[in-house]
Design a protein around this ligand. Structure first.
Ligand code: ZN
Length: 318
């Protein structure tokens, strides 16, 4: 049992796999649908219970994610799996509602410049769109959750500084517009543990438990350090990508998200329950190397393997 203690630190953490969306969307290859289904099944078998399987965007923009509907149809059949999709516009929200996914993540960029480049909308226009999505969701009588994801929350490659007041104001606006919950993303890897603590503590005061997730990229090697800082403010859900794949098309040079296997390893080593079997996850990481032979993969654990002293946390009796 770890002796590391922190008052807000959760005992259990959900690692949400976003490799099939955030990861694959920035790679120049298109994975076959069957391979993605195998990935989803293997992640599920390893114990992952939240997976973002794709995005409802026009196939001409992101051919890598054109099979999102098929993936949702399969994934929703896996018991207790929370299936999420990213949705950038109203058309996408309609498709998400019809798909039966459990959650749609609507990205909002706190950086005005990034928002125009990436979403072709101002942040305020995204807030107004979320209100329309909420109305559509309620009119359909759907139980699907709406998560507003505030990106470039720690800075932006195009705009530079992003003011904390802007981030918090937009987060509040998303909640007011009808988002069920909100999350914060360091889209381009500008965060550090001190800025993470500052922003997340302030965000928690506004959103309480509706602040549901943090999303860190490892662009400059601070991904896991930022997770730890967020963990200490009480965040209990983190996005991650198998093999750390990903990046951002509007953030030149950006590498991927925090790697799922390194994140699970860190949490389990600390005695925090993730529900994930790290050995099965490492086997999946190996498969990713076969599926993406010419793509840059990241992460550290797969190189060295588990230390002899590693012991997965014993399941706590319910
Ligand atoms: Zn990301």
């Amino acid at each position: 049992m770890s002796t590391y203690e922190s008052s807000c630190r959760p005992n259990a953490v959900t690692v949400r796999e976003v490799g099939l969306r955030d990861g694959l969307q920035s790679l120049p290859v298109v994975l076959p649908t069957q391979t993605k289904l195998d990935w989803i099944d293997a992640a599920y078998a390893a114990g992952q219970r939240e997976i973002e399987v794709g995005s409802f965007v026009p196939a001409r923009l992101l051919p890598q994610l054109a099979d999102t509907g098929e993936l949702v149809a399969h994934a929703v059949q896996l018991p207790d799996l929370a299936v999420s999709v990213l949705v950038p516009n109203l058309k996408g929200a309609e498709l998400a509602l019809a798909s039966g996914a459990h959650l749609m993540l609507v990205p909002l960029s706190a950086s005005h410049a990034h928002s125009l480049a990436n979403l072709r909308k101002t942040p305020q226009e995204v807030v107004a769109m979320v209100a329309q999505m909420r109305a559509a969701r309620d009119a359909a009588g759907s139980p699907m959750l709406i998560e507003g994801g505030v990106g470039t929350a720690f800075g932006c490659t195009l705009q530079g500084e992003v003011r904390q007041d802007d981030v918090l104001g937009l987060m509040q606006a998303l909640l007011d517009a009808g988002a069920d919950r909100v999350s914060l993303a360091d889209t381009v890897g500008y965060a550090d543990p001190a800025s993470v603590r500052r922003l997340l503590e302030a965000a928690r005061r506004i959103a309480g438990d509706r602040l549901c997730c943090a999303h860190f990229h490892d662009t400059r090697g601070l991904g896991l350090a930022n997770v730890l800082a967020a963990l200490e403010t009480g965040v209990a859900r983190f996005d991650a990508c198998l093999a750390g794949i990903g990046g951002c098309p509007h953030a030149p040079g950006a590498s991927g998200n925090v790697s799922t296997e390194d994140l699970v390893f860190m949490l389990e080593s600390m005695g925090i329950d993730t529900g994930v079997d790290i050995r099965q996850l490492l086997a999946l990481r190996e498969a990713a190397g076969r599926w993406l032979p010419d793509q840059p993969l990241h992460g550290a654990l797969w190189r060295a393997g588990l230390p002899k002293t590693f012991r997965a946390r014993a399941a706590t009796p319910a």
